[in-house]
Design a binder for this molecule. Sequence first.
Ligand SMILES: [Zn+2]
Ligand SMILES: [Zn+2]
Length: 388
Amino acid sequence: MRAVVWEGKNNVRVSQVPDPKILNQRDAVVKVSLTAICGSDLHLYNGYIPTMKSGDVLGHEFMGQVVEVGREVKNLVKGDWVVVPFTIACGRCFFCERDLWSLCDNTNPNAWIADTAYGYSGSGLFGYSHMYGGYPGGQAEYVRVPFADVGPIKIYEDLRDDQVLFLSDIFPTGYMAAENCNIQPGDTVAVWGCGPVGLFAMKSALLLGAERVIAIDRLPERLLKARECCAETINCAEVNVREALKEMTGGRGADACIDAVGMESHGSNVIHMYDRAKQALMMESDRPQPLREAVLACRKGGTVSIPGVYGGLIDKFPIGAAFAKGLTLKMGQTHVHKYMRPLLEKIRRGDIDPSFVVSHRFSLDDAPRAYRMFQDKEDECTKVVMKP
Ligand SMILES: [Zn+2]
Ligand SMILES: [Zn+2]
């Protein structure tokens, strides 16, 4: 089959690789109908994630048709249309039983790497390096889906692929970020970052009852997208964000702040991570630092929610401000399995149409060009979908 494979830094290509097979009786094989490039794929593309090997198949946002199931997969049959969560979960461990699916104990065969860096490992992920399990991803014609009896959800045939594809990651990720804000009627939610996850967080905050959403970014075209999601906007390249937020909230501050930017600092041991974080901070000392700013801008007793990915350590985190103001901090990899069904119902009811984030459509064969364009934000490229 054809698949997008990682060949090294800034080098992906479409190669012939062996067709996936059922290896375990809880597996399914899915023929991919639509897949996407995610912002976090760029960290692989840029060579920041260790434990990638030449020839690894990329992609963790995908959907398609079931073509084969193992004997223990009773909920799916050949021909079903499914969306697959990017996190792989067993459905039976301590964490899965508590709805903490992205923390599954049984799906990362290389857990020792994360154990060393973090104390314990989260779940395995599709197409995201060997430290997350080395599972071949979904930017391919076919994918093996482990634990297919708990992960994939069947979709309604009256919905288009681009309306449901993002149930695999960015819609639940934005939604969980908003849900983590414990939104009360009348609340103002500030969101740093107007990429796809930020936009889904904004729409979700409104769905969850926020009265106002204030979006923060430095790119005018992204701020425009936020306004299309009914957000008020602050251009952080032009004004002091904390002062602007204070003014817009009658001096009290935003009730909740979402950091949808994140700062990935990758490494397989703590010191390496520390070095990378320091390095990044020095490079970016004159840029806005969303997480610190969110902590300082949040009102007393408010919540800071972090869907943006952090990998290592950060310097100068204002823990004193968080303590003094009694803030709640919530974060983590998305428990995608928990959100897919309820969010699918919202799509079906017409509460939201996730296809609004798509900026570019390519064939899988154009993956090298799609990655380049997405990386360079050429032609205001913010979200790419590809058809095998
Ligand atoms: Zn993603
Ligand atoms: Zn589990």
